[in-house]
Design a protein. Structure first.
Length: 150
């Protein structure tokens, strides 16, 4: 999907909103996505261990860079904000250069709030051990709610 294509309105519960420097919106100055809309974007999988889970799990969802491209986002950094107001700033180069997954499913099941969902930012820690650092762990926000493009 090209960023120029209109973004339909979310029909289900909004899982993720993009604000800030976003060219294509569907809710005023925001781009809101429900589960069906996220699943219409190219889907990716990774199997990885994390510091917060037992063993390796299979996660699926959309790559951050694909989501940013869909809404025509541009900027220098992305503020990721969780439901509990925890936030972290992600450098644009990191978002563009790494396979940052916005996971919506774990082991084939939609992720629930109590299980770090409905959206969890993940990195392939098992495949790319150099990413298994405190700095990258802090970026892996669960219960993600908003991406503010700055």
């Amino acid at each position: 999907m090209a960023a120029a294509e209109p973004l339909p309105a979310a029909q289900g519960p909004v899982l993720l909103s993009l604000t800030g420097n976003v060219a294509t919106t569907n809710a005023g100055e925001r781009a809101d996505f429900d589960m069906a809309m996220l699943q219409q974007l190219p889907q990716h999988e990774l199997t990885t261990e994390t510091p917060w889970t037992e063993g390796a799990h299979r996660y699926s969802g959309v790559l951050l860079r694909d989501l940013l491209a869909r809404v025509g986002a541009s900027g220098e950094r992305i503020r990721a904000l969780a439901l509990n107001q925890y936030h972290v700033d992600i450098d644009w180069a990191t978002a563009a250069g790494l396979p940052v997954l916005l996971a919506t499913h774990q082991d084939g099941e939609a992720m629930k709030i109590r299980d770090k969902g409905p959206v969890w930012i993940l990195l392939p820690l098992s495949d790319m051990p150099a990413l298994n650092t405190k700095q990258h762990h802090e970026m892996m926000i669960w219960q993600l709610r908003t991406l503010d493009i700055r």
